[in-house]
Design a protein around this ligand. Sequence first.
Ligand code: NAI
Ligand code: MG
Length: 493
Amino acid sequence: MSLSETLKFPNGIEVNQPTGLFINNEFVPSKEGAKFDVFNPSTGKKLLEVYEAREADIDAAVDAAEAAFHGVWSKFSAGERGACLLKLADLMEKNLMELASIETANNGKAIALAKGDVAMSIQTLRYYAGWSDKIHGKVIETDNNATFNYTRQEPIGVCGQIIPWNFPLLMWAWKIAPAICTGNTVVLKTAENTPLSAYYACTLIAEAGFPAGVINVVTGYGKTAGAAIASHMRIHKVAFTGSTLVGRAIMKAAAASNLKKVTLELGGKSPNIIFDDADIDKAVEWVNFGIFFNGGEVCCAGSRVYVQEGIYDKVVEAFKKRAIMNKVGDPFDENTFQGAQVSKQQFERIMGYVEAGKKAGATVEVGGNRVGTEGWFVEPTIFSNVSEDMQIVREEIFGPVCTIAKFKDVDDVVAKANNTSYGLAAGVHTSNLKTALEVAHRIRAGSLWVNQYNALNHALPFGGYNESGIGRELGKEALRNYTQIKTVSVNLQ
Ligand code: NAI
Ligand code: MG
């Protein structure tokens, strides 16, 4: 029974890729032995087969995580937990090209971006390693001083984590780092189409010093393996990143099972706003990066561009020129900016939205077509002449497609920006500090970027208002997701 395969990439990197489920620090076949295919979206060809986790495999992973939580992991000091995360970060740094190449082959993203993802994953591990021995409760004095009261920030237990395919390794790091530094153990399910980078990172876990059972990683379908995590009676917290539709299902499953704590990071339809007084060249650069970074497969993508009337025509022209300069194609080419979309299914979903936009009467300023005939590449696409009620303005496309529209003044653009069920992020470009801060404070979204976009950092909380989610990841905020407060009150009388 083979549990790994050799993969060779066009840049000369060769890896021994695990294909089993990672439970108890070992790669194992699934109990029922079922497997499914994993593809390279830039060629459309199969890379290899991996084992498919089902309910019994989730149970096995929970058994491992539960035993570790109550046993060996509970004996690790906070500093020792941090040391494991630091060692893992160092090992990942040594394997940066392997991890980035796997990511590019499996997700389709440009290698330059994949290297950035690995670097950010490493930073996230180091950041939370630093938090591990700085988590503590408070002494709370009540008025009669007859009691001594304090709080403890305790870990929750076995945490279930379900991640998507757009940043496979980075989402793995965002999820495991805060859970592990706070003393929990995890059962993480990768997206079924992009399991490879997380599995490769798991080859480093034992060497980093993590005892068996602390970090368990499986792949499988959402309706089976994902649902088993969301409804598991011995998982006490679930963290999810993905579609709003599935986020709702996870909350329902949590409610119907053991009321496990839920955090959700869902989609968005984020506005990116340019005022008359902005530096146009810089603003266009950020708007281009805002939507076309990672092929638009970004939850906080700036997919609705709003431009103040006085500079609208000028910005449309400059943005078109800029968009066609993005190098789209072979993701293993170091100069490529936009690689392939993740799958045939996602490609078809994006092209469906492009058709819907055309049918609704919007104008394609640039793009709108597939690139090449092999793999799933889409031209950077800009729609103008859009109205607020069009599907392409309302729904998350999750591809390199944006709309551009005019606005009059602050009130007008704030109303348009907030005219969405989402609220993940927004950008505002202006040279006037007062305008920037007024707009930043009036938009109902979790991250507001002024004169920049997609400015994520491991130290800054990230998450959504409204239907973009519940809770915050990154920064000190994320520690709350993985701890619960115990109050101890001692009678001194
Ligand atoms: P999805 O939400 O179905 O998949 C994300 C993860 O959830 C995967 O690991 C999947 O296996 C799991 N999952 C699916 N159904 C589940 C269930 N019933 N119970 C538990 N887990 C389940 O996303 P999908 O279908 O791949 O993409 C659809 C759209 O979702 C995209 O076009 C995009 O708009 C949005 N999306 C948003 C992401 C974000 O970063 N916020 C990431 C991925 C997708
Ligand atoms: Mg789905």
